[in-house]
Design a binder for this molecule. Structure first.
Ligand SMILES: Cc1cc2nc3c(=O)[nH]c(=O)nc-3n(C[C@H](O)[C@H](O)[C@H](O)COP(=O)(O)OP(=O)(O)OC[C@H]3O[C@@H](n4cnc5c(N)ncnc54)[C@H](O)[C@@H]3O)c2cc1C
Length: 308
């Protein structure tokens, strides 16, 4: 209960204008680089090379979210397309995670679809995969809509995310699984501040739903990306995967850059595919504050850095 209260409080404080400005100008002192790989593409490439050398896959993510100006949404779209070209030009596997609110979903659905189509086309041209990250409740319908529209236009190089804390997610999952069993879905607990009407608040319930959704997807033949650092979930799902003798193409574990490095190595040495979510760019505030909200110890670490 206290953990959940901490998460709510810290996400609420993080949205405060003065806190945002104060924190944004202190990236180095705050230790942002623990969670954010780099602020430019060239430096991100070094991180991707290192991950590959360790037998890990990656998903590159250009930071940026909750954009409310058309020009910014266009600039973000261009930045994502540039990243896909950069990966291709450097003979790197193309795999990116993108946030619908970053390329216009908060402004207008048609604008977001137009930008998503431009990104998905570049991804197809460069043999890349894109995953539509899932944001908070106001963006869920739109994100699922974008996913369906892209698939309907033949883009099978696109996946999306469902969050087990949302009460609606099991229905969304059934809806997505029925017509297209060959889809790829990332399943997560959920990282945003959501109220009781929309989301389960109890950790036990969120974990129970997470497992239910993972098993439902795997049993339906979808590729399921199990995105968690939770040791109990990893233990239970890896036993399930072994028991069901699932091929490595049917699932991945996914973790965040800088989080639980030991668990990341254990996944690889255990013979499972692991993909690391690698955020880069300048607009790190929202992403960074969610990482702090997930773990009180992270805030203590940050405060120590600020006052030392
Ligand atoms: C690859 C990936 C993609 C994601 N995409 C989305 C998305 O699209 N939408 C969305 O809402 N959420 C997303 N998330 C975030 C997710 O919803 C959770 O907020 C986050 O993963 C923490 O939950 P957990 O399952 O790791 O379990 P927790 O119970 O939160 O954590 C389990 C253990 O992992 C470690 N840990 C977890 N978080 C941290 C941290 N920040 N710092 C240090 N240690 C930590 C701790 O040891 C902790 O005890 C994503 C997560 C991953 C791994």
């Amino acid at each position: 209960m206290y953990a959940k209260l901490y998460t709510k409080l810290s996400l609420g404080i993080a949205n405060n204008f003065f806190v945002k400005n104060g924190i944004s100008s202190n990236a180095k002192k705050l230790g942002v680089s623990r969670f954010v790989a780099a602020d430019n593409l060239a430096d991100s490439l070094i991180v991707l090379d290192n991950l590959e050398a360790e037998g890990k896959l990656y998903s590159l993510a250009l930071l940026g979210e909750f954009v409310n100006k058309k020009e910014t949404a266009q600039a973000m779209t261009n930045g994502i397309i540039e990243s896909l070209e950069y990966l291709s030009d450097h003979n790197k596997a193309g795999y990116m995670s993108i946030k619908p609110s970053q390329f216009g979903l908060g402004i207008d659905y048609e604008l977001a679809l137009e930008n998503a189509l431009a990104i998905a086309s570049k991804a197809k041209e460069t043999k890349a995969h894109i995953c539509l990250d899932m944001e908070n409740t106001p963006f869920v319908d739109g994100t699922i809509g974008l996913f369906k529209d892209l698939r309907a236009k033949g883009f099978d190089n696109v996946s999306t995310v469902l969050q087990s804390y949302l009460r609606r997610s099991l229905d969304d999952m059934k809806d997505l699984l029925e017509p297209n069993q060959n889809i790829i879905l990332r399943i997560v607990k959920g990282a945003y501040k959501e109220d009781n009407d929309n989301a389960y608040q109890r950790q036990g319930k969120i974990e129970e739903k997470l497992l239910e959704m993972i098993y439902m997807g795997l049993e339906a033949g979808a590729k399921i990306n199990i995105a968690t650092h939770d040791p109990q979930i990893i233990k239970e799902t890896s036993a399930f995967i072994r028991g069901a003798k699932l091929a490595k193409e049917s699932y991945e574990y996914q973790m965040l850059f800088g989080v639980s490095p030991k668990a990341q190595n254990n996944i690889v040495t255990g013979g499972h595919p692991l993909r690391v979510y690698v955020p880069y760019g300048q607009d790190w505030y929202g992403y960074f504050s969610r990482r702090l909200a997930e773990r009180p110890a992270n805030l203590a670490f940050v405060l120590k850095g600020l006052f030392n």
